[in-house]
Ligand binder design. Structure first.
Ligand SMILES: [Zn+2]
Length: 272
């Protein structure tokens, strides 16, 4: 990696992908993500205070926070938790949890919109629910044109969130806005590059992607989608915001391009 010309402090920063968990389950939840991905988590506990401290190290202005409802019965309590954290920390941008097996999806969508959520987070691989399943479509039917979805994308072991499936979803829901995580496909970047292109309704985050590929590959993939369609994300507590910001800054993009990826794209995408 070349020496970065810029420092995180040179930019307004929006972290478009972070996870927080209620105190009671935080340690266990963080550990189980580490096990799922066979990855050593940078932070052993995904808690608000840790997140705030880690983001403060790079002067982050706003952080998108979410949590995954692995089962339908967690949906309401997670959303109440994220909402309370957002009320306590105005720098948070709350994305709600949904689960395709939840029995009143339209009702919960109405509720989270009233609560002020800016989007919904889905994780097909944790939820073991294909993103193009009949039940997943019930979620898109309820939120299309209303809230964007932050989709976990890709897994090298299973096909719940394969890039080709997202392409089909985007065709079937022309008003659905998607932020496709991990540059379109964690562990499935060849497939993502082959089938996904940026567009009016689909953008990408850099979390758990740039750190897992060579700098040359990261630049190529970001250029493939376009810098105007890629947003900085950390996947906290998996990775450290400071290291991730420095890593992105080592890739040799221009000041304007970094401004886009660190904040402008996020503000445009969320209408902030
Ligand atoms: Zn995530």
């Amino acid at each position: 990696m070349s020496t970065p010309r810029f420092k995180p402090e040179d930019f307004e920063i929006y972290d478009m992908h972070a996870h927080i968990f209620p105190h009671k389950i935080s340690e266990k939840a963080t550990e189980s993500i580490g096990k799922f991905y066979d990855i050593t988590m940078h932070f052993d506990i995904g808690e608000t205070e840790r997140l705030l401290a880690a983001e403060a190290a790079i002067g982050t202005k706003r952080t998108l926070v979410c949590s995954v409802a692995t089962t339908a019965k967690q949906v309401v309590s997670i959303n109440d938790f994220i909402k309370a954290e957002c009320d306590a920390h105005p720098e948070f941008i709350g994305f709600a949890a949904l689960n395709a097996k939840y029995d009143d999806i339209p009702g919960e969508v109405d509720r989270i919109i009233k609560m002020g959520f800016r989007g919904v987070k889905l994780h097909a691989d944790f939820q073991r629910e294909p993103i193009d399943s009949r039940d997943s479509y019930k979620i898109y039917e309820a939120i299309e044109g209303r809230l964007p979805v932050l989709h976990h994308m890709g897994d090298y072991r299973h096909d719940f969130s394969h890039p080709t499936m997202l392409k089909k979803v985007m065709r079937d829901f022309p008003k659905l806005k998607v932020l496709a995580s991990h540059l379109g496909g964690f562990g499935a970047w060849d497939e993502a590059e082959a089938v996904l292109e940026a567009g009016e309704n689909i953008r990408f985050d850099t979390s758990s992607a740039v750190c897992l590929m060579s700098p040359e590959r990261a630049v190529r993939l970001i250029r493939h989608y376009g810098v105007e369609s890629c947003m900085f994300g950390t996947d906290f507590p998996m990775w450290d915001p400071k290291k991730e910001a420095d890593r992105l800054l080592s890739l040799g993009f221009t000041e304007d391009e970094y401004r886009r990826m660190f904040s402008l794209n996020a503000k445009e995408f969320l209408g902030l």
